[in-house]
Design a protein around this ligand. Sequence first.
Ligand code: TK8
Length: 335
Amino acid sequence: MTAPRIRLAAMALAALATSAAHAQFEARTVRVSSGVTKGHPISFGITKMTQCAADKSGGKLKLRTYYDGALGNDTTASQQVRTGSLDMVLTSTAPLVGAIPQLAVFDLPFLFANEREADQVLDGKVGQSFEPRFEEAGLVNLAYWENGFRNVTNSKRPVTRWEDLQGVKMRVMQNKVFLDTFSALGSNPTPLAFSEVYSALETRTVDGQENPVALIENMKFYEVQKYLSLTRHAYSPLAVLFSKKQFDKLSPQEQGVMRECAVAGREESRRVGREQDATVIASLKKQGMQVNEVSPAELQRMRDKVKDVYQAQAKLVGEDIVNEVHAELQRIRAA
Ligand code: TK8
């Protein structure tokens, strides 16, 4: 057989193999809920994941994402995913602690010192150890993406030391660790769903909130907040949750593609978010925000101020999971 004919035969075989592989996929549209607005690093991850799933299924596995909490806030959308009436939600882990209390370990103040630690804990055995807990709650967590390190914004004053938070009405996530942390720091915390934050700030129902800088820009909080203080007081993982009821209906190939493409989305959203960090802060200044760092000595005073919260909440979360995270952090820091 001549070389061109061999090449032709090889191409025909490859095409056959691809179409046979794609034959293992049914035409499906996966409905996804996200609380962020398109343009946030998380949306870059979703775009990557969507393209990946389409490529690997011959266009049969489609993701359709509803941004801006259009299908409900984190808590309500997560509940729909748990019952199977919605396929996927991307949410911070903090609002999930009602269903999975141990997730509050990731909300402990000043737990992670940097993204490297967060990545290794979440992508490693500690993050994986949550799989059975997610499944018990009717969820499959495909990967941990990044919401990021949280910083304080408010309309009253720069926060350069914990005392500056006295009397500040702070919106916090619906999560006891955040409520207790911001009480211990002397502010008046109010738990609110993410979808209510902008209007609460605009009407001065609350004076401040705390979120990663990418979200502060993405949600235009700079329009209603004057001061940004770079506290990095907590790190928020983002769970990429599939309804277990729906996931179990997928073929092994479809499940494999969803997991593989969620990892591709994770890498993309982390890459974009970390590349943007410096430019986002410059952009927030340009939008009129007054941005301040907090000195290491004052951050240490904040840590000392919330130590009791840390200990009390560690007991509630479960000393086993807290000890496991601490042991993993010690290993990472010693490496
Ligand atoms: C976005 C929320 C947000 C969270 C919050 O869907 O509520 O402040 O940090 O990221 O999950």
